[in-house]
Design a protein around this ligand. Structure first.
Ligand code: URP
Ligand code: ZN
Ligand code: ZN
Ligand code: ZN
Length: 479
């Protein structure tokens, strides 16, 4: 240990999944060296050691956002954040690792799709990153490729869709086969569960009636169709021999009920939700009309699953799910499209609005509001935003924990800071914010990525190209 390679984060309260205590954290190069009672490292460090004062702040493991879509092609356009803008924005918000979705489209080689994602990301990210693989065409070749990705590419999770017929959709037979493959190779199957076949009928009927404004996106994707698809996937995984399942972007009480029942029955069934489903409603979208009375403003909140109505109990149920661990992770499903030129592709037909919102910068802050409001504990904030996503997706203990030997991905978080989310101050490449005007208590002060300070007191000191691809192991969260 050379003192000149050391950084001492002192004076803060280290928060882990099991508690919070005043501790000094000693970083040696890219990794955490040791934790000390306050002042306990003073004999080890020298005058040349960098010191970071965390007085009054939490010291937490850097956020792990396991659901992002940088540059995702969708609806004739491409998500507006690339791997530089998106990872810089993530770091501003205290996220130090993302797991993005590489895509195999029908007819394409899985490995070609993966190579294309490596090309988009390599040398461009400010923080570390991994990949899941979207399998858009389950066939013999794709199934064989799944084994190779698990064995030698560090890609150990695969997303399948019961939604988006003709794009990412898999039928039940394809889903069953992929689940059987995952049962054998240890991968985690991630499901986008909405009944896309029924949704497309409802959407076509709405459009045929002339109901074409953005809110019809939500009205034609009723929560029962998320519940139905969730239940179906749980059944298919049981038929496949108990393949572990992870539901992405869970939004509806009906879906959560099926997840909870499967978990109560002892199944390895897990789920994430996203901040938009914890805070925003269909009525927010409906009420968002521009100054000149244009209801197309609502396109900013078009994502799948859609925002749910405030007249049902979704928000309260999802917060409860976060407490019971029926929801284990909060990710963002960050998939931004600018209003101008991108969302506007669907003016006159909600079916053509590119699906997705931009939230990668705000996840740690937004979930922290659950701590402020007494919905979850401080420890649970760290668990759902950092530790469990790392464990769930084979990144632990490299990521997701402040412990000797772990990567020094550390966030110093000031619980007293007050700020308001806005497109004028965010760092995402996005010309609007789904969170405009949202007031936040708490804020990121300093961020270290593998020992490098990338953000300090509002000054960006990171660099595109610092981030590295992280090959992942198998999940360590299974029961
Ligand atoms: O609307 C969304 N969620 N867009 C991204 C693709 C997906 O389904 O996750
Ligand atoms: Zn000190
Ligand atoms: Zn999805
Ligand atoms: Zn997504």
């Amino acid at each position: 240990m050379s003192a000149s390679n050391l950084t001492l984060i002192h004076g803060g309260t280290v928060v882990t999944t099991t508690g919070a205590a005043p501790m000094d954290v000693l970083v040696d190069g890219e990794t955490i060296a040791s934790l000390h009672v306050p002042g306990g490292a003073d004999a080890i460090v020298g005058p040349e050691t960098r010191r970071i004062d965390a007085t009054g702040c939490y010291v937490v493991p850097g956020g792990v956002d396991v659901h992002t879509h940088m540059r995702l092609p969708f609806g004739g356009t491409e998500a507006s954040d690339d791997f530089t803008t998106g990872t810089v924005a993530a770091a501003w918000g205290g996220t130090t690792t993302i797991v993005d979705f590489a895509v195999q489209t029908t007819g394409q080689d899985v490995e070609e799709g993966l190579a294309a994602w490596h090309a988009k990301a390599e040398g461009k990210t400010a923080i570390d990153y991994g990949f899941h693989m979207i399998v858009g065409g389950v066939d013999d070749a794709a199934l064989a490729a799944m084994d190779r990705l698990v064995a030698s590419e560090g890609v150990t999770s695969f997303k399948l869709f019961t939604a988006y017929p003709g794009v990412f959709y898999s039928d039940d037979g394809q889903i069953l086969r992929a689940m059987q493959k995952a049962r054998d190779n240890g991968a985690l199957i991630m499901m986008h569960a909405e009944n896309g076949i029924a949704i497309d009928v409802l959407a076509a009927q709405a459009a045929g009636r002339g109901d074409t404004t953005p809110v019809w996106h939500g009205l034609t994707r009723p929560p029962i169709l998320e519940g139905e698809a969730t239940h179906r996937c749980i059944a298919l995984a049981e038929v496949a021999g108990g393949t572990p399942l992870y539901f992405v972007h869970l939004s509806a009480s009906q879906a959560l009920g099926h997840v909870a029942a499967a978990r109560d029955a002892g199944r390895n069934v897990f789920a994430e939700t996203c901040p938009q489903y914890l805070y925003l409603t269909l009525e927010d979208q409906l009420g968002a009309v521009s100054a000149d009375g244009d209801p197309f403003e609502g396109a900013k909140w078009v994502a799948s699953p859609p925002l749910r109505t405030k007249h049902e109990n979704h928000h309260a149920d999802l917060w409860k799910g976060l407490r019971t661990d029926d929801l284990a992770v909060v990710s963002t499903d960050h998939c931004p499209f600018c209003f101008k030129d991108q969302k506007e592709l669907g003016r006159g037909d909600f079916r053509k609005i590119p699906n997705g919102m931009g939230t990668v910068e705000h996840r740690m802050d937004l979930v922290h509001q659950g701590v402020v409001a007494g919905q979850i504990s401080l420890e649970r904030w760290v668990e759902t935003c950092s530790t469990t996503p790392a464990r769930m997706f084979g990144l632990y203990p490299k990521k997701g924990v402040i412990a000797p030997g772990s990567d020094a991905d550390v966030v110093i978080y000031d619980p007293q800071r007050q700020h308001v989310l806005s497109k004028d101050t965010h760092h995402m490449n996005l010309d609007h914010s789904a969170w405009e005007g949202f007031a936040v208590t708490g804020g990121v002060k300093t961020v270290l990525s593998r020992g490098s300070v990338v953000l300090d007191d509002g000054t960006w000191t990171g660099r595109a190209g610092h981030g590295r691809f992280v090959p992942r192991g198998l999940s360590s969260y299974l029961r």
